[in-house]
Design a protein around this ligand. Sequence first.
Ligand SMILES: Nc1ncnc2c1ncn2[C@@H]1O[C@H](COP(=O)(O)OP(=O)(O)OP(=O)(O)O)[C@@H](O)[C@H]1O
Length: 238
Amino acid sequence: MSDALLDIAGLSCAYGQSDVLWDIDLLLPRGKVMALIGRNGVGKTTLLHAIMGTRPAKTGRILFDGTDISALPPHKRAKAGVGFVPQGRHIFPQLTVMENLETGLSASGDRSNTKHGIPQHIFDLFPKLYDIRNRAGGFLSGGEQQQLAIGRALAGRPTLLLLDEPTEGIQPNVVQQIEAALVHVRDTLGMTILLVEQYLDFVWRFADNYSAMQNGRILQQGRIADAPASDVAHFIQI
Ligand SMILES: Nc1ncnc2c1ncn2[C@@H]1O[C@H](COP(=O)(O)OP(=O)(O)OP(=O)(O)O)[C@@H](O)[C@H]1O
């Protein structure tokens, strides 16, 4: 079997008549973190949605763990092991923290080592979520909502985690907590992660590889260890 958990070839996407992704090839090795970087509007979020199945691809194929998932609906991709933390978090405001976490459970039938059905490691990562488990999602701070969005994705016990701008709109001290939690997810759960992120300092501490996008295409890819962040900053700055 290929070393890549995710293997995308020739992927293109459109909104109606307007094409936004062209001929995307991307290989994400098992257990590694890949950062997708680029200015607003270059297509990073669309690429994550195409992988999750919430935005149909026009052409191309997506192999996940050796299986072609291109034709599967989102819930089947989730069941296969793709977890998604969307931009803006999309917490259900009327549901409690616990109920929000439960919505992530359907992806996995595994009930071992759980607290009220939620995998214990989510509360180990984010103890605050257990403290506020009965609070409605709409009353949480931005940082708490981000922890909840990550916890909800982890509740499905994914093997690939898609993260869309996890530090966006979060206070700097809470960004540190989120970063520490994600480092823990990467290291202790051995998670493979595809991260969209504008905060390059975080990317350069956290990721193994980067793919820089411009106008719907991947223009440059490389190993973080081989390039200082200043070499790719022009892909983000206007
Ligand atoms: N629902 C939509 N309908 C029509 N066009 C869209 C839609 N969502 C995104 N687009 C367009 O598709 C292109 C790619 O958007 P996308 O959100 O994927 O970019 P991005 O790199 O993730 O940017 P951002 O960081 O602002 O989220 C942009 O030109 C955007 O205006």
